[in-house]
Design a protein around this ligand. Structure first.
Ligand SMILES: *[C@@H]1O[C@H](CO)[C@@H](O)[C@H](O)[C@H]1NC(C)=O
Ligand SMILES: *[C@@H]1O[C@H](CO)[C@@H](O)[C@H](O)[C@H]1NC(C)=O
Ligand SMILES: *[C@@H]1O[C@H](CO)[C@@H](O)[C@H](O)[C@H]1NC(C)=O
Length: 504
C-alpha cells in the first residue's frame, strides 16, 4: 500500500468517525419500483393502497415531494440511477432494451456498485436489470459491479404472456405481452435457473435472497449495497400468496403489497442483525404510471399524465430516504433527482466520485441538515432524445417551461387528452410556463400580461437549457444497435425450435 493510499484511507476513516459516529462505512439499500406513480403509495396519499412498510420508512424518514427521474421510460431511467449521468451520455436511448438487444449499459460506465466495491463493499442486486444481456452475458449486473444477482434481466412482459400466471392463480394475464421471444428467465448471477420463471414464488425468493445477503454481510462485518429494482408494479401484475387478495385495491394493490412485504422483510433483517442504525434506505420509482392499463395501472395523483410523457406525472416520483437515528423524520420540498444518489452514496462511503462528467449532485445537506438543494435545475428528456430537439422541458426553482409536449400510448385512457398518443409532438414558442408550487398539476399556463416575471424567468431557463445542451455529449445509441434472436437468454442453448424450446 503506497503512502497516498494510506493517507486516502485515513481520510475516509476520519470522515466516517467524525460524521457517522463509528468506524464502519454505512450500508445502502436502494429500492426502485417499476411504473409506480406519484400518487400510488399510502404515504403519498393513495386512499386504498396498502403499503405499511414503505409508510413506516416515510414516517421515520424523509419524504421528498419534488424528486425526479431522468426519463419517463424504464431502461434510460435505470441507466441514470446507477451512473449519476443522463442516459444520453451512456447511450441508453431511444426506448428500452429487449431480450435480444445487442447493446447494453456500456461497460466503461461506472455504476454505484463499482463506486463502492473498491472500499470493500459486498454488493448484490435482485430484480429487474433492463440494462442489457448481450453476447454471453456481457452486460449483466455481474459485469457492472454486483457480486450477486438474482432476477429477471429485463421487463417481465418481454416474454409470452401465456407463461405468466397472474392473480388469481389460475387466471392468465389479460392484455398484450411480447410474443415470439423466449420465455421469461430467472437468473442467478449469469446462469438461468428457471425458464419460465415462477412468478408466484418470485417475491419470496427475493425476500430470502435479501435476508441471506444482509445476514452474511453483517456476520462478516462487511459494509454492503443491495439494489432491489422490483418488477412491481409493472404490467402484467402478479402477487405471491402472501399478498394476493390482501389489499383493497385489486391486482395493482396486491402487486404493490408484494413489494412492500419484501421491504418489510429487509427491515426486519436489518433490525435482527443490528445493522439498521448504519443503513441508509432509499426508495423511489423508475417512471410514472402506465395509465393505459386503467385500473391495472398506477396513479400519478395530482400530477398530469404518466409514463412516456414529460409532464410531471411521467417523471416526478415518490421518494423516501430512511436512516434510523441519522435522518430526522419529515418532508422536504427541495429539488432532487435519481442522478443525485450515486454522488450521495459515494460521499457517505468516502469513495472518490468516478472520473467522468457527473450530472448528479451530493444531496446529503438535504438529508441531514434540511439544507437547500445543490441542484439548480431538472431537465426532462423524452423517451427518444435527440440533439435536434433537445430537452422537452426544464424546471428551475418552482417554474417549469415546456419547449415541446407530446402524449404517449402508455398514458392513454384518462380523460385528459393531452396525455394520449393522439396529442402529437407540439413545439411551444414561447414555452408553456407553469408555477409548480401554485399549480403542481400544470393546468394554468402563466401568461405574460398577468405575470410580469414571465419574461425574466423564461430567459433564465433558456440560459440553463442552452448551457446544458452545449455541454451534453450524446453517446452511441445502444438500443439503436438492434436485436439478434440468438442473444435471447435460453436455458438450453442448442435446442430447437427456438424460442419455444427454451424451457427447463
Ligand atoms: C466509453 O467508450 C465509448 C466508446 O469508446 C466512448 O465514446 C465513451 O465516451 C466512453 N465513456 C466513458 C464514461 O468513458
Ligand atoms: C460465448 O460463449 C461461447 C460458448 O461458451 C463461446 O464459444 C464464444 O466464443 C463466446 N463468445 C464471445 C463473444 O465471447
Ligand atoms: C440505534 O440508535 C438508537 C438511537 O440512537 C438507539 O436507541 C438504539 O439502541 C440503536 N440500536 C442499535 C441496534 O444500535
Amino acid at each position: 500500500m503506497g503512502l497516498p493510499m494510506v493517507l486516502g484511507r485515513l481520510a475516509v476513516f476520519l470522515y466516517l468517525t467524525v460524521h457517522c459516529g463509528g468506524s464502519s462505512p454505512p450500508n445502502f439499500i436502494l429500492v426502485f419500483a417499476d411504473d409506480l406513480g406519484f400518487g400510488d403509495l399510502g404515504c403519498f396519499g393513495h386512499p386504498s393502497s396498502l403499503t405499511p412498510h414503505l409508510d413506516e420508512l416515510a414516517a421515520g424518514g424523509l419524504r421528498f415531494t419534488d424528486f425526479y427521474v431522468t426519463s419517463p421510460a424504464c431502461s434510460p431511467s435505470r441507466a441514470s440511477l446507477l451512473t449519476g449521468r443522463y442516459q444520453t451520455r451512456s447511450g441508453i436511448f431511444p426506448g428500452v432494451l429487449y431480450p435480444g438487444s445487442k447493446g447494453g449499459l456500456p461497460l466503461n460506465e461506472t455504476t454505484i456498485a463499482e463506486v463502492l466495491k473498491p472500499l470493500g463493499y459486498n454488493t448484490a442486486m435482485m430484480g429487474k436489470w433492463h440494462l442489457g444481456v448481450g453476447q454471453n452475458g456481457t452486460y449483466l449486473p455481474t459485469r457492472q459491479g454486483f457480486d450477486n444477482y438474482l432476477g429477471i434481466p429485463y421487463s417481465h412482459d418481454q416474454g409470452p404472456c401465456r407463461n405468466l400466471t397472474c392473480f388469481p392463480p389460475d387466471v392468465k394475464c389479460s392484455g398484450f405481452c411480447d410474443l415470439g421471444v423466449v420465455k421469461v428467465p430467472l437468473m442467478h448471477n449469469e446462469d438461468i435457473i428457471q425458464q419460465p420463471v415462477d412468478f408466484l414464488n418470485l417475491e419470496t425468493a427475493y425476500s430470502t435472497f435479501a435476508s441471506n445477503f444482509i445476514r452474511d454481510s453483517a456476520q462478516k462485518g462487511q459494509p454492503f449495497f443491495l439494489y432491489y429494482p422490483s418488477h412491481h408494479t409493472h404490467y402484467p401484475l402478479f402477487a405471491g400468496p402472501r399478498a394476493a387478495g390482501k389489499s383493497r385495491r385489486g391486482p395493482f394493490g396486491d402487486a404493490l403489497l408484494d413489494l412492500d412485504l419484501t421491504v418489510g422483510e429487509i427491515l426486519h433483517t436489518l433490525k435482527e442483525t443490528g445493522v439498521l442504525n448504519n443503513t441508509l434506505i432509499f426508495f423511489t420509482s423508475d417512471n410514472g404510471p402506465e395509465l393505459m392499463r386503467m385500473t391495472r395501472g398506477g396513479n400519478a395523483g395530482l400530477m398530469k399524465c404518466g409514463k412516456g410523457t414529460t409532464y410531471e406525472g411521467g417523471m416526478r416520483e415518490p421518494a423516501i430516504a430512511y436512516w434510523h437515528s441519522r435522518i430526522s423524520p419529515g418532508v422536504t420540498h427541495e429539488l432532487a433527482s435519481s442522478l443525485d444518489i450515486l454522488p450521495t452514496f459515494a460521499m457517505l462511503a468516502g469513495a472518490p466520485p468516478p472520473k467522468v462528467t457527473l450530472d448528479g449532485v451530493d444531496m446529503s445537506s438535504i438529508l441531514f441538515q434540511r439544507g437547500p438543494s445543490q441542484r439548480e435545475a431538472v431537465f426532462y428528456y423524452p423517451t427518444d432524445p435527440s440533439e435536434k430537439n433537445g430537452v422537452f422541458a426544464v424546471r428551475m426553482g418552482k417554474y417549469k417551461a415546456h419547449y415541446y409536449t407530446r402524449g404517449a400510448t402508455h398514458s392513454g385512457t384518462t380523460p385528459d387528452r393531452d396525455c394520449h398518443f393522439t396529442a402529437f409532438l407540439t413545439q411551444h414558442n414561447p414555452p408553456l410556463l407553469f408555477d409548480l408550487e401554485a399549480d403542481p398539476s400544470e393546468n394554468y399556463n402563466l401568461s405574460p400580461d398577468r405575470h410580469p416575471e414571465v419574461g425574466e424567468v423564461l430567459s433564465s431557463i433558456q440560459r440553463l437549457r442552452d448551457d446544458f445542451q452545449t455541454s451534453m455529449v450524446f453517446g452511441e445509441s445502444q438500443t439503436g444497435l438492434g436485436k439478434d434472436p440468438a442473444l435471447e437468454p435460453c436455458c438450453n442453448p442448442s435446442c430447437t425450435p427456438k424460442p419455444d424450446c427454451c424451457s427447463c
